[in-house]
Design a protein around this ligand. Structure first.
Ligand SMILES: Nc1ncnc2c1ncn2[C@@H]1O[C@H](COP(=O)(O)OP(=O)(O)O)[C@@H](O)[C@H]1O
Ligand SMILES: [Mg+2]
Length: 347
């Protein structure tokens, strides 16, 4: 139900109206008392009561949102984020109620994501632990034999677990950091060449072609940026068609440096691209059936790139495959003759 002062957008004006109305009511009731010949002691009682009634009527609902907020905050402390406050008015209390509702919705979403994350992480950890445990139980009971094959499978599961725990620690570290901390000049061309060499060393069959200009630097942390490129180039190698090269192109613009990683794999359907940087997301639940990681690599990469003030994006690679593009702000330095050159020498 609309309240008398709902249309006023300032609490100060509302209070002023209340005071003026109370004074006017007291004075007019008192005057009426004089005309009607009320005894002297009756007049202040009647006019005080009339003023109080008037204030009660006008101030109806002015403090209700504050009481509701107090109740909702107590409920939030118990983990109930579902309470919302009516915020129909236009004054500062109504604005506070709207901000409170927005904050409650954000906290509810954060709480949902936290629960989902814990559930996913537990699931991902439980699967290899259960497999390791059952293999070990078989070995202890004498049902299985500790042959090369069994030990290699156990080692693979232990490695998977260790990668997963490392990624979970990375995420928790990144979540708790508010800024990047100390940065150094990082040569992007050198970095992607190193990553390509490292991946080729691990799997000599993979083919990675790098095109990068000399001396294109960004400010950042080498290890973290390496982690980004190991993941996106590693993914591209993993999803590319056998024998087809992965193309890594480093380009520069006046204010930014870009790294595009193109492969010829299945790509990521347009309707799923917005989910690709979510934690534990995998196209068609791929890793749950055994291949690759747990779907944390791109979430970690995005957080690192965000921390560096850059962007990471996925597009379609024509005619087929995926194209991941990382853009980072270029290192700030005094203008030189080569600054602004957008077609640098390639090495
Ligand atoms: N180059 C790519 N081509 C096709 N799908 C990809 C590519 N890169 C990532 N994906 C999809 O995104 C998912 C998440 O990748 P990522 O976060 O690196 O996790 P992981 O490598 O552990 O699977 C992958 O499982 C895959 O489904
Ligand atoms: Mg990955």
């Amino acid at each position: 139900m609309p309240r008398p002062l709902d249309g006023i957008s300032s609490i100060k004006v509302k209070l002023s109206i209340l005071i003026v109305a109370a004074v006017a009511m007291t004075a007019s009731t008192s005057q009426i008392g004089v005309w009607l010949g009320w005894p002297v002691w009756v007049r202040p009682i009647v006019s005080g009561a009339a003023a109080l009634l008037m204030v009660q009527f006008l101030a109806r609902g002015m403090t209700k949102p504050l009481r509701r907020m107090a109740d909702a905050t107590t409920a939030m402390a118990r983990g109930d984020y579902s309470r919302r406050i009516d915020s129909n008015g236009r004054d500062e209390v109504a604005q506070l109620a709207r901000s409170f509702n927005a904050m409650a919705a954000e906290l509810a979403e954060t709480d949902r994501l936290r629960k989902e994350f814990v559930a996913n992480a537990s699931h991902e950890l439980r699967t290899p632990v259960a497999a390791l445990r059952s293999t070990l139980e078989n070995l202890v009971d004498g049902v299985g034999r500790p042959d090369q094959d069994t030990l290699a499978r156990m080692l693979a599961r232990a490695e998977h677990l260790s990668t997963l725990v490392g990624q979970l620690l990375d995420l928790s570290r990144l979540d708790s950091e508010t800024d990047l901390g100390e940065t150094h000049p990082v040569d992007l061309g050198d970095l992607v060449h190193d990553v390509a060499d490292e991946l080729t060393l691990v799997d000599p069959r993979c083919r990675i072609t790098v095109r990068a200009p000399f001396d294109l630097k960004v400010d950042g942390q080498t290890d973290r940026l390496r982690q980004v490129f190991v993941n996106i180039i590693g993914n591209a190698v993993r999803f590319s068609r056998p024998g087809e090269p992965v193309l890594v192109t480093v380009t520069q613009n006046n204010g930014s440096a870009g790294v595009a990683v193109r492969d010829t794999g299945p790509g990521i359907p347009a309707q799923e691209r917005h989910k690709v940087f979510e934690r534990f997301w995998q196209a068609g639940g791929m890793a749950r059936t055994g291949s690759g990681g747990a779907g944390l690599g791109l979430a970690i990469s995005k957080q690192i790139v965000d921390q560096h003030g850059g962007t990471i994006d996925v597009r379609e690679n024509k005619p087929c495959g995926a194209c991941f593009v990382v853009t980072l702000p270029r290192r700030q330095r005094a203008p030189s003759s080569t600054e602004g050159d957008t077609s640098p020498p390639i090495h």
